[in-house]
Design a protein around this ligand. Sequence first.
Ligand SMILES: *Cc1c(COP(=O)(O)O)cnc(C)c1O
Length: 424
Amino acid sequence: MARSLAVHGGTAVRTRSWPLWPRPAAGAAAAVQDVLSSGRWSISGPYRGTESRERRFARAFAAYHGVDHCVPAASGTASLMLALEACGIGAGDEVVVPALSWVASGSTVLGVNAVPVFCEVDARTLCLDPAAVEAAITERTKAIVVVHLYSAVADMDALTALAERHGLPLIEDCAQAHGAEYRGTKVGALATAGTFSMQHSKVLTSGEGGAVVTRDADFARRVEHLRADGRVLAGRAPAPGEMELVETGELMGNNRCLSEFQAALLVEQLKELDEQNETRRRNAALLDRLLTETGCTPQETSGGTTSRTYYTYAARLPEGEFTHVGVGTVTRALTAELGFPVLPCYAPISRNRLYDPRSRRRYALGVEHEERTDPKRFELPVSEAAARRTVTLHHSALLGDESDIHDIAEAFRKAVRHGAELTD
Ligand SMILES: *Cc1c(COP(=O)(O)O)cnc(C)c1O
């Protein structure tokens, strides 16, 4: 019994606990405490004589990316919608997005009344396939959103060249890639704009949160208006007790502001990001080696990548193994061995049960729009095949030491040994 799979009542590979996530930075508690008694909990509250935490985070995050502008926002979803609207995207425009991603890649495009065009990914990197993007472009295409998925950076040489050739803005969705680099430049700083999520699971987090970074001052100004009900922060500090947000009326917006608590937390968490990314990279390199020995194929990254960020560790199951069962059966077995969730890769958004434009009356914009946003019109064999064979682990599994990585590899070896015993 001891040798059989934990899902079949055997002894699990591991019962010890895993690293806790989120992990509060050294200065986090004091920074949040400071905000509590500061008299300003949001940039939309009166100025109190000191720079807001939101501005401090914006400065630090822009500098981190080597760009001049960062506009913090309430979430990754908000950041994507802000960036799309700042590109001028709206009613009926087509936006090319990868099929393999979190549902937000589709729902944010719908959210600005545009039409998501789901596009195939490269089977090795799981990121947008430039050739497929080229084929998806029509005269109605108005932007491309690329996602740096899991631990990969997309092929930015090809995608930036393609976007330029077609005169299209390119938005980098960096919700899973804080700190990754391509040819020595941070992702998010490679194209028109970069968007980030600081939701609980991400490698930089304040529970919820987001940001848009860009080199373009006019673009940043539009994002600022859009995220604060048409107001922008004054260029110079007002008198204490007065509003720092100025009502310009240049561009209407909605409130998508980050609170001072979140911004204060992010200033501190950002200080520890590089070190945590380094730990994850080191552990991922060991896991790559050990899982390759079991026949698995770890996710690859594009050729120009100079530094990876592991938000999720992804690997394709060994050729010829587990062929009689679904990937969910394999991930359940691995989860039982590790006491840590091993999950299947995202399904293509076109068949994600969370993606259903017709469930919302706000998208009932006429028969043509409903047809164009019908997810059933997409055929995505490469993304489907990747989804059927790829398993993933959250980055917190990579935040400990080598013994954790050996446990993960042992769970995979054991699952392969007992693969024939699994049934759906
Ligand atoms: C998390 C995530 C988002 C959405 O971010 P939220 O902060 O949850 O709104 C968007 N895109 C990708 C790729 C993500 O992983």
